[in-house]
Structure formats: structure tokens, C-alpha cells
Design a protein around this ligand. Structure first.
Ligand code: FUB
Length: 446
């Protein structure tokens, strides 16, 4: 009997099933970073690393601390399933149980078998499974010759498999059919990216015959995401530009690029749920677009993320697409001590002359059935009036909601629908009168 596999299977299906979040960040049940996304059997699977607060047996309280991996999946980029833990440092024979160094992983499929590569103790390990969500069986030894971090497993159109990682420079080795031994020598990937600061987290993909070699790179102070192109996996690659600018709040970034249902997406991380400690990060997705010549347009991180939100679900306005000027509308954590509970939108108007103060939330699906009313979870001392419109600030009024004053506790205020909407519309919620309001979410009911 393979003990490792048996223990993993029993232990790691327990937490499966928990739902993650519909907007950015997509996972609000744990801190996750370094998202590696792939499409397997029509679903997107994301293999991130898992940041945790440093436990007693880990000396560096201010450093990355990671002990295991979960995998998450979705068939619409909105509803995410947490399949639970797939690999844990305590069950990998060669990993030191106190190293907490399970950094950025990657996974891919070959001939129906899933190969999950992960770094630990500056070496790279392999676990295999018959399913993208496990159970995974860990190899007894790390991969020989691959010293470093951040493995990426790139499979070319002809079936050739390449392990790419960050070691002394960016390294690449073709793999034998067993996926764990090098077929020939490892090489350093040649590219002409300016040599300004750290480069790590390689991710390779191919589109229209062009090989894209992409990675986080410190151009200024923090990591931005950049890309190079070439005509084979070994290079040489030509530096082409940035995919995402650095985030002033989070030193690292780390990403993957995937095509799903005809669109391309960038998975990356920021530290939205932990603004004061950038080693507790969170996974986000935004759309990525190409120009005709294959160049990539810079991706601007959004709160809204991707996918369509059902009108009958909680529409978290704090994940807005656009917002009025920041002196009058902004977001705050609902409870700073519990960041995963999310944020609220604040509308503030000192003299009433600035109304309407508004927030825009794009892509809400009203379906084809008539809706009866809207619920707004809100809080306000003095009360006021909210207007919910479709398509623009001047568009059809879906509902007018009178928010009572002296409303210091959170309340769900109900109002009738005044214009029925069908299909997908952008939502505009504005304060038409009032001085100060907090809104948690808006939800339509039948
Ligand atoms: O998550 C730990 C490390 O931070 C990764 O391996 C790097 O790519 C950076 O994101």
C-alpha cells in the first residue's frame, strides 16, 4: 500500500467544497498567492500557494510562511470550489516539517495524469494524481538537478514537456516521459530583459505559434509582471514590456495566463486582505488582451474582477468598477480585525450639494424573470435616499430606496422594483440625499 497516498486522500478531502468569492480577490477563506491557473476538462483549476501566519516553530515572523497547497476550481470564474489540501509539508518525505517553504507551485496534465510541481527547501518536488483535484501522491525524492523555486510546467503542442524554474537565473529542462527526470541538460533561458532587479516566478505559454516567457521582475522598487517572446522554449527571448505595473502596497506579484471560453485571463496576487503585511496575499483575476501583432496590453488591476454576477446574489458594491470622487465615496473593511468578511462602501457628503455620490458595478445578470424587490444591507445615522439605476447614472431607475436614520446597526432595507430589467446590465447605485451612508451589499429578490 502507498502510505503517503492513503493518508493524503483521507486527510485532504475534508475541507473540500467550501466556496470562494466571486470578485477580486477570488479566495476569501485563506490567504493565497502565486496562482497557477489551467483549464482541465472545461473547468479552470487554480493552484496557488497558501500564506499563513507564522506558527511557533517558524522563526521568521515577517517572512513567507507556507505549509500546504489547496486547489480551487470554477466553470464560470465566479463560483469557486475549494477542493481542500492536496499536498502538505508533513506528508512529503524529503521536506523539513518546520521549513514552511512551500512556495509557488504549478500543475499540468499529460496522458490523463496530473503532475503537480512544488518548491520546498529550495528544491522542487512532484506529486501525481489521476484528477486535477487529487488525491496526489508525492514522490519520495525531489527532482534531481532542479535547485530553486517557482516551478512552471510547460507542455508544447508536440507533447514535449519542459520544467522551468527560478534558480541561478531562469532555468529550463526538457523532461523525459516519466516527468521527473531531465532529458538532456538544464539550461539558462536567454532573454534581454534589463538587469535591474530580481526576476522569479517564470510562466510560459504559447499563442499563435509565439512562445511567451513571462515573469515578475523588479524594474523599480517592487515586482511588476513582464513578458518576452521567442520561437522556442529555450529562447533567446526578446523583452517586450510589462503586463502589470508594480503594486506600491505589495512587494511581490506572481501570475499565470490562461485562455478560457475564448477570452484570456491574468491570474495574479495582491495583498488586499492584509494591507499592512504583504506576505499574506490574495489571488485576483483580470482579463488580458492581445494586439494583432501578439503584443500584450497592460492589465490594470480591478476590484470587480471578471465574470457576471447574478442579480439575486449579494452584489458587493465595494468591488466596484468605478466610483465617484474619492473624497465622497470609498471603501473600508467591515471589521478590520476580520478582513475576510470584506468591505463596505462609504458615501459621505458634508453639505448635500455633492449628491449624487455613486458607485458603478458592471455586469449584473437580471435573468429573464421579473424581480419583486431589492434588499440593501446598510447603515446610516441620518438616513437618506438611494437610487439604483441600470446602464448609466441617467438610466432606468430600477429602485428607489429610502434609508431610515438612526440606523446604527446593519439593517436590510427592502424596496419595490420600479423598472424590470432582463439580461446583463451595469448597475449604478447613488446617494441622492443624505450625508453619510455605509452599504454592504445589494441583492434583488423575486
Ligand atoms: O510566494 C513566495 C514567493 O513569493 C514566490 O515563490 C515568489 O514568486 C513570490 O511570489
Amino acid at each position: 500500500m502507498n502510505l503517503t497516498k492513503t493518508v493524503l486522500a483521507a486527510a485532504f478531502t475534508l475541507s473540500a467544497g467550501a466556496l470562494a468569492y466571486a470578485q477580486n480577490p477570488i479566495i476569501n477563506s485563506a490567504y493565497c498567492a502565486d496562482p497557477s491557473a489551467h483549464v482541465f476538462n472545461g473547468r479552470v483549476y487554480v493552484y496557488p500557494s497558501h500564506d499563513i501566519p507564522a506558527p511557533a516553530d517558524f522563526g521568521r515572523k515577517d517572512w513567507f510562511c507556507m505549509a500546504d497547497y489547496h486547489v480551487y476550481s470554477s466553470d464560470n470564474l465566479v463560483d469557486w470550489v475549494d477542493h481542500g489540501v492536496i499536498v502538505d509539508q508533513n506528508y512529503v518525505p524529503w521536506v523539513n516539517r518546520h521549513s514552511y517553504s512551500m512556495w509557488a507551485p504549478d500543475c499540468n496534465v499529460k496522458d490523463g495524469k496530473y503532475y503537480f510541481y512544488f518548491p520546498a527547501d529550495n528544491r522542487i518536488g512532484l506529486a501525481t494524481s489521476d484528477n486535477p483535484y487529487g488525491p496526489f501522491t508525492c514522490e519520495a525524492e525531489p527532482i534531481q538537478g532542479a535547485g530553486g523555486i517557482d516551478p512552471c510546467i510547460f507542455i508544447d503542442d508536440d507533447g514535449a514537456c519542459y520544467l522551468i524554474w527560478s534558480g541561478q537565473g531562469m532555468r529550463i529542462a526538457k523532461l523525459k516521459d516519466n516527468m521527473k527526470e531531465f532529458d538532456g541538460e538544464a539550461k539558462t533561458i536567454q532573454h534581454d530583459t534589463p538587469n535591474r532587479g530580481l526576476k522569479e516566478g517564470p510562466f510560459m505559454f504559447k499563442r499563435n505559434g509565439i512562445y511567451y516567457f513571462t515573469f515578475p521582475w523588479v524594474d523599480e522598487n517592487h515586482e511588476c509582471l513582464c513578458y518576452c517572446t521567442g520561437d522556442n522554449p529555450f529562447g533567446p527571448f526578446k523583452y517586450q514590456g510589462k503586463i502589470m505595473e508594480q503594486n506600491p502596497q505589495c512587494w511581490t506579484n506572481h501570475h499565470s495566463v490562461v485562455e478560457f471560453k475564448g477570452k484570456w485571463y491574468l491570474f495574479y496576487h495582491h495583498n488586499d486582505y492584509s494591507p499592512n503585511f504583504d506576505k499574506n496575499r490574495s489571488v485576483c483575476i483580470d482579463e488580458l488582451t492581445f494586439n494583432e501583432d501578439g503584443s500584450i496590453n497592460l492589465v490594470t488591476p480591478t476590484l470587480r474582477g471578471v465574470g457576471v454576477t447574478k442579480a439575486t446574489s449579494k452584489i458587493e458594491l465595494d468591488r466596484y468598477s468605478k466610483i465617484a470622487d474619492k473624497d465622497h465615496a470609498w471603501i473600508e473593511f467591515l471589521r478590520t480585525e476580520a478582513p475576510f468578511e470584506g468591505w463596505k462602501t462609504v458615501f459621505r457628503n458634508n453639505d448635500s450639494s455633492r449628491n449624487p455620490i455613486w458607485v458603478e458595478y458592471d455586469r449584473v445578470d437580471f435573468g429573464s424573470k421579473d424581480l419583486g424587490s431589492v434588499l440593501v444591507r446598510c447603515q446610516s445615522n441620518v438616513g437618506g435616499r438611494l437610487e439604483i439605476r441600470a446602464d448609466s447614472l441617467q438610466g432606468p431607475v430600477i429602485a428607489t430606496v429610502d434609508i431610515p436614520g438612526k440606523n446604527v446597526e446593519w439593517q436590510e432595507i427592502k424596496a419595490p422594483i420600479s423598472a424590470q430589467m432582463n439580461g446583463v446590465h451595469d448597475l449604478f447605485v447613488s446617494m441622492r440625499s443624505g450625508l453619510l451612508m455605509y452599504i454592504d451589499w445589494v441583492k434583488f429578490i423575486e
